[in-house]
Design a protein around this ligand. Structure first.
Ligand code: NAD
Ligand SMILES: O=S(=O)(O)c1ccc(CO)cc1
Length: 492
């Protein structure tokens, strides 16, 4: 247990208990409580937002010069690094990811603050070509109060990805973490305050999405929502945004194809396919959950992937040897089990996995074995719907045309992988596949300097990259008259 005390929340500049129901955050590896807190209430939502608006207008945060705000963000990055191990251990307890993964997430959060500090400090406004006796400039202003609504699968990284650019842009930020993983947002708010972000600029409101997330998105003072989560919730938020005429960015689900051609480096590809689907227990929006393999190498390749999947070390997230931890909740594991049953009822057969592992105390947590299904078409429901777990559907393909048609036959278009030694074929497929991110001879690599986002039901807008800061700014064009020449109606 991290603390037996109820954890206070930063609400409008004050750390106090939420006004909602008390609940416990559970360690997915054992089901034991690790923290207790009271969720935010609707009254907390209003208070946090009204105070955030005041802090935006009066605290001087928005008026700081870029290098001054950047210095504060650099301090946040430094504080994250100073507390990296404690944060990584807390993140492990909060969502059950193996410690090696949570260390990487914490490092990426620090890198994100550093990157957006640099993006802010080097941001240049534009002088546009003049078409008259004036100089025209395009400048950017902060929006006011913006909201970050995040999922449970990579909390510190998802939250830093929104908080850092939103703060860099000069806004006040309301963070709504997933109910089951509230700890990292609380830690980031604490570190922001310690680094010099004024009180009231960052509030954290954990609680039920349909209540607290919904109320935040609907609040008239919230000027933008940056949302990461499921497509159904994303569409709901898009409707709210349409009613308010509010810009919104949506990082949603995926069902990403990985394509292995007969000329691929098979050792490398086996490893890439495994990592693509089974790291983070498959609880990853960009999980490579549909595997297409050239028919001539299909049997050999899938046999190698299945053998390697069986050998993955599933277990204690605290151990550095562990490759796959538990799933987030018992309920989520049940949903994955139902999908696997559905796959079998649709005619698929389980090549490996499909069960809960036993021994070493694993029965206490929400563990599931790495699972591969075969014998299904790309039209099967489990080939089309996001499972968000360690379940791979393997399918052979006969031609590049058929491969592209099937890879693109999905409502999702978040990411894709191509494995081939032939540069021209890899290029052709990489260009033809519809996805926000394509990895060639690698998978699940991220860089904060590269834009990320999805097409179709996988989302709207892009996070990260230098342009990521513009999500949180309004654009303004300014015309400066340069001579005394009268306007057409002068003296009339
Ligand atoms: N594209 C990406 O970058 C990315 C990254 C990680 C996860 N995801 C997606 O996230 C999903 C898994 O996360 P999840 O189960 O937490 O998603 P979710 O949509 O259930 O919840 C995400 C967040 O939205 C809140 N929420 C839920 N209902 C809401 C409502 N009616 N109004 C406002 N807020 C609401 C939740 O409390 C949570 O904070 C998967 O679909 C995954 O693909 C996408
Ligand atoms: O793999 S995931 O944890 O789902 C994830 C989180 C954030 C991003 C965006 O950089 C991509 C993948």
């Amino acid at each position: 247990m991290i603390s037996t005390e109820l954890l206070p929340l930063p609400i409008g500049g004050e750390w106090r208990l939420g006004g909602g129901d008390a609940y416990e955050s559970l360690y997915p590896a054992t089901g034991e409580p690790i923290a207790r807190l009271k969720a935010a209430s609707i009254a907390d939502v209003d208070e946090a937002i009204v105070r955030a608006d005041k802090a935006f207008r009066t605290s001087g945060w928005a008026q700081k010069l870029p290098h001054e705000r950047a210095a504060v963000l650099h301090r946040v990055a430094q504080l994250i690094r100073e507390e990296a191990e404690t944060l990584a251990q807390k993140q492990r307890l909060d969502n059950g990811k193996p410690i090696n993964e949570t260390r990487a997430l914490v490092a990426s959060a620090a890198g994100t603050f550093q990157f957006f500090a640099a993006a802010l400090e080097t941001l240049e406004e534009t002088i546009t070509p003049s078409r008259g006796p004036y100089v025209t400039m395009s400048v950017h202003e902060p929006m006011g109060v913006v909201a970050a609504i995040t999922p449970w699968n990579s909390p510190i990284a998802s939250e830093a990805q929104k908080l850092a650019p939103a703060l860099a842009a000069g806004n006040a930020v309301i963070v709504k973490p997933a109910e089951v993983t509230p700890l990292m947002a609380l830690e980031l708010a604490r570190l922001c305050e310690k680094a010099g972000v004024p009180k009231g600029i960052v509030s954290v409101l954990p609680g039920k999405g349909s209540l607290i997330g919904d109320a935040i998105a609907r609040h008239p003072m919230v000027k933008r929502v940056s949302f990461t989560g499921g497509t159904t919730t994303g569409k709901h938020i898009a409707h709210i945004a349409a009613d308010k005429m509010m810009p919104v960015s949506l990082e949603l689900g995926g069902k990403s194809p990985t394509m292995v051609l007969e000329d691929a480096d098979l050792d490398h590809a086996v490893n890439g396919v495994l990592y693509g689907i089974f790291s983070s227990s498959g609880e990853s929006c960009i999980a490579g959950s549909r595997l297409f393999v050239a028919r001539s190498i299909y049997d050999e390749f899938v046999t190698r992937v299945a053998e390697a999947a069986k050998a993955l070390r599933v277990g204690d997230p605290a151990s550095e040897r562990t490759q796959m931890g538990p799933l987030i909740t018992a309920r989520h594991r049940e949903s994955i089990e139902r999908y696997v049953e559905l796959g079998v009822s649709e005619g698929g057969h389980i090549r490996t996995g499909g069960v809960r592992p036993h021994g070493d105390g694993l029965e206490r947590g929400y563990f599931y074995t790495p699972t591969i299904l075969e014998g299904l078409s790309n039209n099967a429901r489990i080939s089309q719907e996001e499972i968000f777990g360690p379940v791979l559907v393997a399918m052979p393909f006969d031609s590049e045309e058929q491969l592209i048609e099937q890879a693109n036959d999905s409502v999702y278009a978040l990411a894709a992988g191509v494995w081939s030694r032939d540069f021209k074929r890899a290029w052709r497929l990489g260009r033809a596949v519809q996805a926000g991110t394509v990895w060639i001879n690698t998978y699940k690599q991220f860089s904060v300097s590269t834009p990320f986002g999805g097409w179709r039901d996988s989302g709207l807008g892009r996070e990260k990259g230098r342009e990521g800061i513009f999500q949180y700014m309004e654009q303004k064009s300014m015309y400066w008259g340069t001579n005394e020449q009268p306007l057409p109606w002068a003296n009339q």
